[in-house]
Design a protein around this ligand. Structure first.
Ligand code: F6P
Length: 340
């Protein structure tokens, strides 16, 4: 059996650990062969593929990024089912494992609906896919954001400034919530809860009055109550979604103006997606890789592997798509009670 593997969409620390797990176990335990597809669906439709061997995966479990490369390409814009079938046949691929987020899995679902043999592995640092408790990459992003906030706090203390730390999180505030709690932020602002500048400044002033240099953690998808759209100054991505980033820079002067406290903003951006995955993410990615391989061996097409509690399970693509895992009100309320 020959299996094609691709990574698609924004990268996340742990992608290489998934690839390694599938190939290592596939070659060593099951005598399978693999085709590496470069740059996501783009490599599949342009036939940019290579024989993926054990030597390619040596030592990659701890490496960030993806040895296969990635892109935000929709195969249905480039020949769709017919082209995918053609290239799979040309390289004797009996199955595909696609590692990606919402867009990637949606394309995979359409292809399995017409009979193509595909298994999915979920990926998003935002941790906002409802069908899985956690995605690999999230823990790493939280760790990086927490370390950055710890650093911002010491310089904030030195200068008696309010520090605004902007983290990723398009629709869901998981990274902001977890890193903000870990770093002891005085306010955490997430996409799920619009908030007024007066409320934010009240929290900042309270913390400052207690002699603290206030730290505000904000997710890129956060909106002030006066905003109707997310802050975006860099146009749209290939899926037509606004490119985010910069809400921290919007908030900082407003906070300074309202409170009189000197304020600085730092946008962490792609730093959160780069570099070495944490041990937790390496293990989760490895287990998901093994899980995906098992589904291929079982010919369980149209399923995505997922983490439920501590178990690796599978869910049909249709159940995995279309429903976002946002921060529940109760989780936000318990931290909000301590802001200021
Ligand atoms: O969806 C994950 C994510 O990291 C978002 O948090 C962010 O808005 C987006 O990807 C950035 O995408 P790109 O790498 O295309 O700039």
């Amino acid at each position: 059996m020959t299996i094609g593997i691709l990574t698609s969409g924004g990268d996340a620390p742990g992608l290489n650990a998934v690839i390694r797990a599938i190939v290592f176990s596939g070659v060593q335990t099951h005598g399978l062969e693999f085709v590496g597809i470069r740059n996501g669906w783009k490599g599949l439709v342009t036939e940019d593929v290579f024989r993926l061997e054990r030597r390619h995966i040596m030592g990659i479990g701890k490496q960030g990024g993806t040895i296969l490369g990635t892109s935000r390409t929709n195969p249905f814009d480039h020949g769709g089912e017919e082209r995918v079938r053609e290239v799979m046949a040309a390289h004797s691929m009996d199955a595909l494992v696609v590692i990606g987020g919402e867009g990637t899995l949606a394309a995979a679902k359409r292809l399995t609906d017409v009979g193509l043999p595909i298994v999915g592995v979920p990926k998003t640092v935002d941790n906002d896919l409802d069908a899985t408790d956690y995605t690999f990459g999230f823990d790493t992003a939280v760790q990086i954001a927490t370390e950055a906030m710890d650093r911002l706090r010491t310089t904030g203390d030195s200068h008696d400034r309010c520090m605004v730390a902007e983290v990723m999180g398009r629709h869901a505030g998981w990274i902001a919530l977890h890193s903000g709690v870990a770093a002891g932020a005085h306010a955490i602002l997430i996409p799920e809860h619009k908030t007024s500048i007066e409320q934010i400044c009240d929290w900042v002033t309270k913390a400052h009055d207690r002699g603290r240099a206030p730290l505000v953690a904000v997710a890129e998808g956060f909106l002030l109550d006066t905003m109707t759209d997310v802050h975006s100054e860099r146009g749209l991505d290939t899926f037509g979604r606004p490119r985010l980033g910069g809400i921290g820079e919007v908030l900082a002067p407003l906070i300074e103006q309202h409170t009189g406290i000197e304020t600085r903003a730092t946008t962490l951006g792609h730093i959160q997606r780069g570099g070495t995955p944490t041990a937790y993410d390496r293990v989760l990615a490895t287990r998901l890789g093994w899980g995906a391989l098992q589904r291929v061996l079982d010919r369980k097409w149209g399923y995505m592997v997922a983490l439920k509690g501590t178990e690796i399970v599978d869910v049909p693509f249709e159940a995995a798509l279309g429903s976002l895992k946002t921060v529940p009100d109760a989780r936000y309320d318990e931290v909000r009670a301590l802001f200021g």
